[in-house]
Design a protein around this ligand. Sequence first.
Ligand SMILES: *[C@@H]1O[C@H](CO)[C@@H](O)[C@H](O)[C@H]1NC(C)=O
Ligand SMILES: *[C@@H]1O[C@H](CO)[C@@H](O)[C@H](O)[C@H]1NC(C)=O
Ligand SMILES: *[C@@H]1O[C@H](CO)[C@@H](O)[C@H](O)[C@H]1NC(C)=O
Length: 462
Amino acid sequence: MAKQSSSWIMAMQKKRWALMVLALFSLSTAMVFFMRTAFDSCSAGAENGFGEGKEREAGANSVGRVQIEEPNPLEFMKSKLVLLVSHELSLSGVGSEVVWITNQKPVESDEVIHSLERKMLDRGVQVFSAKGQKAIDTALKADLVVLNTAVAGKWLDGVLKENVPRVLPKVLWWIHEMRGHYFNGEYVKHLPFVAGAMIDSHATAEYWKNRTHERLGIAMPKTYVVHLGNSKDLMEVAEDSISRRVLREHVRESLGVRSEDLLFAIINSVSRGKGQDLFLRAFHESLQVIQAKKLQVPSMHAVVVGSDMNAQTKFETELRKFVSEQKIKDRVHFVNKTLTVAPYLAAIDVLVQNSQARGECFGRITIEAMGFQLPVLGTAAGGTMEIVVNGTTGFLHPAGKEGVMPLAHNIVKLATHVERRMTMGKQGYERVKERFLEHHMAHRIALVLKEVLRRAKSSGNS
Ligand SMILES: *[C@@H]1O[C@H](CO)[C@@H](O)[C@H](O)[C@H]1NC(C)=O
Ligand SMILES: *[C@@H]1O[C@H](CO)[C@@H](O)[C@H](O)[C@H]1NC(C)=O
Ligand SMILES: *[C@@H]1O[C@H](CO)[C@@H](O)[C@H](O)[C@H]1NC(C)=O
């Protein structure tokens, strides 16, 4: 059991509760990343942190506003007490954090140390320190307890102790991980007894079903798949042709590329699991094909957003060595990791989602790129397959080395067929408008919460 270095209760004012619920759900995912946790979404071996973190921030920024135009699907949550537990456990073993969110009256205030918590404060969520008994009492009183991420499972025994069985029937477990070491009784042994599990993609849900069964011999509880949605802030930029043009010009100038050049970008934390190495190989192959076939295309560039020389020194050194050996330095641009992706999405022409092995849990950057009318070239794995329609909003290629040539050919296809590229971008945008917006996510979450609350209540009565 990792030591709990600090813990917080976030209390929010009741009247704003309904407006906050969705924000909390988004924030809860953001939190995990902000606190630089052991959370890695799904791709095996990938250091996550950055990629999804910045994505989730975009998601978190505006959620509070979604309800202005239409009836809030989460209105029914108004009078409910929800406890949200987000467990941080850093890989280095530095410590862990437990976050509780309730709409109860604050008891005492405490210092806010993270920018995320600052954001919550900005929204009227208050952050309070809490220890043992308060947490237990809140859990017992709550209508719903949301465990965010698999590792939060440790909190059950660690804090609730003998009260665990009373709390389990009202637990909704929100799982984003897809890595082997989470299939460990220490984390998930209570999973079969909770009211429900909520998972970001069907692929991840299937994987959990399989692994819990095969490795631990336990069954998953009732499982709901809730795809994520693009934040309003992001869509506002994406749909504003002036901002888009300004950002595009600015970024292109900073990269030293011309407005007519063709940019293929991979936007993710640089790590083997995210497949930047294979992308660069495919990019290089595509240049060879174009040269061999004497195809007429604009000058092509590859952009790798998510560079972190301090964290991924060996892997990045390898990437840079490849680039200089192949003499494509003038065509490959490394951009340091950043929390702001919109300018890059505005500046590029195609997004490459090259996550390896089991792929992304969901891969928020994919829907963000589609919001910007970009076609996506993605690995046929994980959540990407639930977002990208092969041949319509982009093309899929296999993960691993065998995906290098197919990806190279897809790059060539999009480079040579301008019309097709544009159409795919538009179709991607339409798909986002149909199913990957904030309000879609709010509706999906609302359905899950209603059912879980109903089940929690009926088990409480029995
Ligand atoms: C789980 O996955 C393995 C391979 O990944 C497969 O062989 C097995 O049949 C799957 N089991 C279930 C219950 O789906
Ligand atoms: C990118 O990060 C490296 C260290 O990781 C730093 O030395 C460099 O100055 C950064 N570049 C920019 C443009 O911020
Ligand atoms: C995607 O579509 C192409 C044809 O457009 C096909 O060759 C390829 O096998 C498909 N890939 C997947 C994963 O469906």
